[in-house]
Design a protein around this ligand. Structure first.
Ligand code: NAD
Length: 313
């Protein structure tokens, strides 16, 4: 057996760990601090992280024998990709493992807002029976606007279609025919804003998408629109969202991701018409098992110089 050493910094489901341990020495230091990571980085041939660990330029500089960094999930915004390139380190992720989990969370958020489930539950727990106050709306025959028709966006559209919703899709990098293939009607961003009862965001955070949902976008949306973001904090201008919730321009919003995480008890988080979850999109048993299996196989392939399915850098 080659004497590879692999560091796991944010935990990994047992399936992937067992696979790695058959082929390498594995240190599972869940929750390792930034200082400790810098101190030990030089010992490892590979690292597997989730979103918590910041793999900075300093970590790459300290990690003399590092060959592969694996992200057990999708977003690689916590990994300095240009430093990885500079140090000839391959970065891989497990992009398909969490699609269903995030799509199901978006559906849960849609239903939570339509039927006010969090507030109804809180009122029962406060000993109240506020039946009349919780008249909701149906999703049936409503229009859903999907911004970013990738893996998760298209999976949400498939589920929303089953609820009898009409799905509009806007994606900067897909052709109208590609969007139609996923069962959505391709539209411009302006049309999507004007026609959607619910808007769900599934774009990555890039220079272009940062703050794309702000005051100008809200002013083009249907009054009383509902907004879902399970993508990345930063895509929504949170101050503008708070104003839109206060005025009723946005009837309700559901956020799994925040510009700063954790955000604390901000006016936005505590707003009665905001459903907030602590970045749990990928937090299902099945998604974590899949992510563990996928990233372990990919990292071992990277170490062995075999073909890679999900090379990010
Ligand atoms: P994906 O790459 O399959 O899809 C993203 C889509 O967005 C692509 O089709 C791309 O063409 C499109 N896009 C990019 N820039 C755009 C722009 N400016 N305007 C319109 N469309 C644009 O990614 P995915 O796997 O579907 O993930 C989507 C998002 O969900 C990512 O931000 C990812 O980080 C996030 N995510 C969150 C969680 C969570 O825990 N909440 C878990 C997994 C993924």
């Amino acid at each position: 057996m080659a004497s590879w050493k692999i560091l796991i910094t944010d935990g990994l489901d047992e399936g992937g760990l067992a696979f790695l341990r058959q082929q390498a020495e594995v240190d599972d230091i869940n929750g390792i601090s930034a200082d400790e990571l810098l101190r030990v980085a030089g010992e490892y041939d590979a690292m597997i992280v989730r979103g918590r660990t910041k793999v900075t330029a300093a970590v790459f500089a300290a990690a003399g024998r590092l060959k592969v960094v694996g992200r057990a999930g999708v977003g690689v915004d916590n990994i300095d990709l240009s430093a990885a390139k500079e140090h000839h380190v391959t970065v891989v992720n497990a992009p398909v493992s969490t699609t269903v989990a995030v799509a199901e969370l978006a559906m849960g958020m849609m239903l939570s807002m339509a039927r006010e489930l969090p507030r109804a539950d809180a009122s029962m727990k406060a000993g109240k029976w506020l039946k009349k106050e919780f008249e909701g709306v149906e999703l049936y025959q409503k229009t859903l606007g999907v911004i970013g028709v990738g893996r998760i966006g298209s999976a949400v559209a498939a589920r929303a279609t089953a609820f009898g919703m009409t799905c509009l899709g806007y994606d900067r990098f897909l052709t109208p025919d590609q969007i139609r293939t996923f069962g959505l009607k391709p539209v411009s961003l302006e049309e999507l804003y004007a026609q959607s009862d619910v808007i769900t965001l599934h774009v990555p955070l890039t220079a272009e998408t940062r703050g794309m949902i702000g005051a100008a976008a809200f002013s083009q949306m249907k009054p009383g629109v509902r907004l879902i973001c399970t993508a990345r904090g930063g895509v929504i201008d949170e101050a503008a969202l708070l104003t839109a919730l206060d005025s009723g321009a946005v009837a309700s919003a559901a956020l799994d991701v925040f510009a700063t995480e954790p955000p604390g008890l901000t006016p936005l988080v505590s707003h009665p018409h905001l459903v907030a979850t602590p970045h749990v999109g990928a937090q299902t048993l099945e998604a974590q098992q899949r992510a563990s299996k996928d990233i372990s196989a990919e990292v071992m392939a990277g170490l062995k110089g075999e073909p890679l399915r999900w090379k990010v850098a």
